[in-house]
Every structure is written in structure tokens, then in C-alpha cells.
Design a protein around this ligand. Structure first.
Ligand code: AHG
Ligand code: MN
Ligand code: MN
Length: 364
């Protein structure tokens, strides 16, 4: 297709803004700053070993550890810097928070402050970076509390503790065979592909929709002995395939980059589970609510899919801390609803199910 039959991200945002005559353009400028950070990260990722960006931050011997207790990759730190640098000067933000920063990030005193909060995972799936498997960046935009906007005061953790239903926008960039930028501003989901010649994101996927049904599921099966019963039941039934209660065969996927799994699911359906489990009582789930579960949840819901803790819709959860972890299930609506039903059923139903006793491939 000739190039200029496509919209750029900038043109798309301008068109969207025309629907809101009162909007002052701040919000669009913020999205473009985020997209610029993603383009910079895409370049750093693309150079890999040639750019000296692989491996652990602060050397291989231990390296540095973030607030999650996870070893930081060089690219985790570089990506975090791109996000903060590209977004701290524009005057659109009251503050930021990131997986890679213990506390809320303050807009430097010499810069103007704005009305929004930006929360991000600068590099999701970074354990894959050294083996050249897709990684991405995930972001969520919230409105700053009115008291912050009025006073211009520094942001504190409590300002970010808003349920996912309050998100103004969310998106991710995926650094795969092509770099893509996926965005929702609460009016459906649009996908853009980076034109490497122009350095522009071009609208390539309009009105993205997650199919309601699927025969693909994604879960880290090495945790199966720690799963709660509803999750075991669901996976057992998928594995039982045609001869089991589902009456159809399923396929399994695990990339270990949640953002890449989310993209696959957005493109062709599927269900992803990183459920709450009993592996570590201090960690109620693996993934983080504010910058992983909520933005991906918002995108899924805007694309006709669903996101849940298993017990309640993800976007209804009231956060209690910046780096809170949570059980996450998202994807094709009918599968997520089925998993929620299994969680809602009394425990005895599962125990009585002969599938657990005799046919469970993951029984403990
Ligand atoms: P991050 O790289 O931001 O710490 O997130 C990694 C996450 C997520 O992307 C992925 O689904 C999950 O960790 C993989 O976990 P396992 O190592 O248990 O497979
Ligand atoms: Mn992550
Ligand atoms: Mn990360």
C-alpha cells in the first residue's frame, strides 16, 4: 500500500482529539512522548550485543536488584531512563511510577507539572532480552488527584492507588520482528507498526478485537503444584482435550514475556494465566497490578476481551501499594468467564470432580 494512504500516530491522535473540542492537546503530546521513548528503546533493543546493552546492570556478579527483588538487566535501566527523560520535561505529568523505581518519580523542580500520572513497566519480559526473544514496554495513564493539580505538590504513593477503571489511556510497545505500538484511549484499541525508514508509527490495525473463543492457553506449568484448585481444574480440562469435558483439543504457549503473550491474544485470541498461587506466601501473584495487569486489562476489555484476578474484574481492584502483585487472567472472554466461574464454585465441587482424582496430568 502506498505510504501516505496510512495514518501516522500523530494524525490518528489529532483526529481523535477533534472529537473533544475542549481538549488542549496536552494528552496527545504525552502519548507522543511515550511513543518517542518506545522508539528509543526499540533502537537500543535492536542493536543488542553491538550496542553493549545486553546482560545485567552493574555486572554479571550479582548485578543490581530492583524493588521487586529482581536482578536488573542493563536494558531495564536504560529503558527506564528513556521513559523518565522523554516524559519529565513536557509539562503534561504530575509524576511517574515505574517497576524499576522504588518510589514515585518527581517531575524536576525546573520543569512545569501537568494533570496526568504515568505508570510503566519500561521493559517487560527482560529475562528474554539476552536470548533475542520479544520484549516490550507497558504504560498506563491516570489523572492526577485534583489536590495534586491544584497545589502542584510532589506526588506520593497514594496518588497512584486508583483502580484500573480510572485509566485514561493504556498501551504497550512490542519489540519483536517489527516494533508495534498498541493504544487505547477508552475508545477501542488501535495498533501501529513502526516504519523504520520514517521513524513513525503507522496505523496498521484498527478496531482490534479479541475473539471470544479460543483453543490456546498460556501458563507457566512449572508452577502447577502451587496452583489453586480452580486453575488446576481449568488446565486439566484443557489438557484432556477432545476426550475431556471441553470436547476440543487445546494448544499451549509460554513466551515468558507477558506483553508478547498479550499481543498474540489481541491478534488471534487465547487466554493467559499467571494466577495467585501458594509458591511464596509473600507474593499474591507474580505480575504487578498498576503497570502490568491494569494496562493490559484495559486493552483487553477495550478489545472485547476480559481481564480478571479469577475472583473479580481486574479493573475493579482497589490498589494498596505501588508495586502490588496480583493474580492475572486475561484474554478471550468466554474462557476468562469460565475461569471466574470455577473460582466462584464451592471448593467441594472441584474435589468431587473425578477429573482431579484420575485424569489430572498435573496432579500432586
Ligand atoms: P519483567 O521482565 O517486567 O519483570 O516481567 C516478566 C514477567 C512477565 O513478562 C512474564 O509473563 C513473567 O514474568 C514470566 O514469569 P516466569 O519466569 O515465571 O515464566
Ligand atoms: Mn513486566
Ligand atoms: Mn520489566
Amino acid at each position: 500500500m502506498p505510504l501516505f494512504q496510512r495514518f501516522t500516530l500523530t494524525q490518528y491522535l489529532i483526529e481523535e482529539r477533534r472529537r473533544f473540542p475542549g481538549a488542549n492537546g496536552d494528552f496527545n503530546a504525552l502519548i507522543l512522548d511515550v511513543a518517542l521513548a518506545c522508539k528509543a528503546i526499540a533502537r537500543a533493543v535492536a542493536f543488542g550485543e553491538l550496542g553493549g546493552v545486553l546482560g545485567n546492570h552493574n555486572g554479571e556478579a550479582g548485578g543490581s536488584v530492583n524493588v521487586q527483588g529482581e536482578t536488573q538487566k542493563k536494558l531495564d535501566v536504560i529503558s527506564n531512563q528513556y521513559f523518565t527523560r522523554m516524559n519529565e520535561w513536557g509539562g503534561h505529568l504530575a509524576g511517574m511510577a515505574s517497576e524499576e523505581m522504588d518510589d514515585a518519580y518527581q517531575i524536576p523542580a525546573q520543569q512545569p507539572r501537568g494533570n496526568y500520572l504515568l505508570v510503566f513497566d519500561p521493559l517487560d519480559g527482560s529475562s528474554n532480552i539476552d536470548v533475542n526473544v520479544s520484549v516490550g514496554s507497558i504504560f498506563s495513564i491516570l489523572r492526577a488527584p485534583q489536590a495534586v493539580i491544584d497545589s502542584g505538590r510532589d506526588v506520593i504513593e497514594a496518588d497512584f492507588l486508583q483502580p484500573g477503571s480510572k485509566q485514561v489511556a493504556a498501551g504497550y510497545a512490542l519489540y519483536g520482528p517489527t516494533t508495534m505500538f498498541i493504544l487505547t484511549v477508552g475508545n477501542g484499541v488501535s495498533g501501529f507498526t513502526l516504519d523504520p525508514n520514517l521513524g513513525e508509527f503507522m496505523l496498521t490495525h484498527s478496531h482490534m478485537q479479541v475473539p471470544a473463543d479460543t483453543h490456546e492457553f498460556a501458563i507457566n506449568a512449572s508452577n502447577s503444584r502451587f496452583w489453586e484448585r480452580p486453575v488446576k481444574r481449568y488446565v486439566d480440562e484443557c489438557l484432556a482435550g477432545k476426550t475431556g469435558p471441553r470436547g476440543k483439543d487445546f494448544n499451549m504457549r509460554w513466551i515468558a514475556s507477558m506483553v508478547a503473550e498479550a499481543h498474540r491474544i489481541l491478534m488471534r485470541g487465547g487466554v493467559f494465566l499467571y494466577p495467585r498461587d501458594t509458591k511464596d506466601p509473600c507474593k499474591p501473584g507474580r505480575l504487578r497490578l498498576l503497570y502490568e495487569a491494569n494496562p493490559i486489562g484495559f486493552i483487553m476489555e477495550q478489545a472485547g476481551g476480559r481481564a480478571s484476578t479469577g475472583h473479580q474484574p481486574m479493573l475493579g481492584v482497589q490498589p494498596t501499594s505501588l508495586h502490588q502483585r496480583i493474580g492475572l487472567v486475561f484474554g478471550s472472554k468466554n474462557e476468562v468467564e469460565r475461569i471466574e466461574r470455577y473460582h466462584a464454585e464451592p471448593a467441594s465441587t472441584g474435589q468431587d470432580n473425578p477429573l482431579f482424582a484420575e485424569r489430572s496430568l498435573f496432579r500432586t
